[in-house]
Design a protein around this ligand. Structure first.
Ligand code: LMR
Length: 390
């Protein structure tokens, strides 16, 4: 009965790893997926297993994890937390949090249009569309400056219908590595609040952008400090190295404690028919670290080391291209932040580098800086040089 089914294409990001795994070349390099690697090219194990009993969790997940997650992103002294206006539910990493939030909005919010930046993480439009929202775009990245198109962003959000939802990358924008400055964030906040645009933050890289958890959360906290409402999707994949555990949280900052109670009851109705309740192991690991000040400090040191290694790879790649005399201004490699560099290489150059150099990246020219190390970096610089001079 399924004989007529068409072959679906590979995912634009995860499919890069599928192709990489099939390549027998000994010099192959995977710069596709945003997953941290050590200088030796290995995943980094940050923690041991603290969960013992394997009972079901409540629909909303591990309560302590939820509390600690809200505190981590909004700050321990957040007025919204103190006033019990925040409801947090454990979800399946960033994607699951965005999807649950999207489904909730489609059912309970009066406006069904969500504005997402151009470009954005490839999964965003699919998540929101399948949740029942309509995805529209706002200008974000300017290829000419390889920086933020702030005027375009302001123009597009200014003409969005009142009350529209706006997806914002909390820090370390994926795929561009370009974030607004604090001043620009403040202008965005004022504009959004004046038009009652509802912020939906995606925070997948807290701690990875600057190396400081608090600094990376600053834009989000500006939006909470004004007393307004917002949604927040948090992922622990990158900053705790818990990729495969699928651990994250959705928080909704509401107007009052009373509303928060009712919102939580509705979130349970979204989650229960989707996957009943979330898994136990991941949030137990996270809670163990967040509750213990010694482990928390150890974690922040490791997090900073990951961020610093990526920053050093940026400098070294920039230097390697300079020393080869590669045509073009490559300063965006050191200016962009977080896990990715949006190189500006086009899809033909990307295909050439895969074909001739066994280097794998997404077709939009995004490279995961975490996949680089001192050994494979010269190979990448050679490949980029060849691609732009051929
Ligand atoms: C990425 O952008 O590479 C990561 O967020 C992994 C993913 O699921 O796409």
């Amino acid at each position: 009965v399924f004989a007529g089914i068409a072959q679906a294409p590979e995912d634009p990001i995860l499919g890069v790893t599928v192709a990489f795994n099939k390549d027998p070349s000994p010099v192959k390099v995977n710069l596709g997926v945003g997953a941290y690697r050590t200088e030796e090219g290995k995943p980094l194990m940050l923690i041991n297993d603290p969960s013992r009993y394997k009972e079901y969790l409540p629909i909303t997940g591990l309560a302590e994890f939820n509390k600690l997650s809200a505190k981590l992103i909004f700050g321990a002294d957040s007025p919204a937390i103190q006033e019990n206006r925040v409801v947090t539910v454990q979800c399946l990493s960033g994607t699951g949090s965005l999807r649950v939030g999207g489904e909730f909005l489609a059912k309970h919010y009066h406006e069904h249009t969500i504005y997402i930046p151009t470009p954005t993480w490839g999964n965003h439009p699919k998540i929101f569309t399948l949740a029942g929202l309509t995805a529209r775009t706002y200008r974000y990245y300017d290829p000419a400056t390889r920086g933020l198109d702030f005027n375009g962003l302001v123009e597009d959000l200014s003409s969005a219908p009142l009350g529209s939802i706006v997806l914002l990358h909390a820090c370390a924008h994926n795929p561009t590595g370009v974030d607004p400055t604090v001043d620009q964030w403040e202008k965005i906040r004022q504009l959004m609040r004046s038009k009652s645009l509802l912020p939906f933050f995606d925070s997948a890289y807290q701690g990875f952008a600057s190396g400081s958890l608090d600094k990376d959360a600053q834009p989000v906290r500006m939006f909470v400090a004004d007393g307004g409402e917002l949604l927040m999707a948090q992922s622990y994949a990158k900053n705790m190295g818990l990729y495969g555990e699928r651990v994250g949280a959705l928080s909704i900052v509401c107007g009052s404690a009373d509303v928060a109670v009712r919102v939580e009851s509705q979130l349970k109705l979204v989650i229960r028919p989707m996957y009943s309740s979330p898994p136990l192991h991941g949030p137990s690991v996270v809670a163990t670290i967040l509750r213990d000040s010694e482990m928390f400090n150890e974690w922040t040191v490791e997090l900073k080391a990951m961020a610093d290694r990526i920053i050093s790879m940026r400098q070294q790649l920039f230097d390697a291209l300079k020393s080869r005399g590669t045509p073009g201004d490559w300063s965006h490699i050191i200016k962009q932040i977080g896990m990715f560099t949006f190189t500006g290489l086009n899809s033909e150059q990307v295909a050439f580098m895969r074909q001739e150099y066994h280097i794998y990246m997404t077709s939009d020219g995004r490279i995961s800086m975490a996949g680089l190390n001192m050994k494979n970096l010269p190979h990448l610089a050679d490949a980029i040089h060849a691609a732009v001079t051929k």
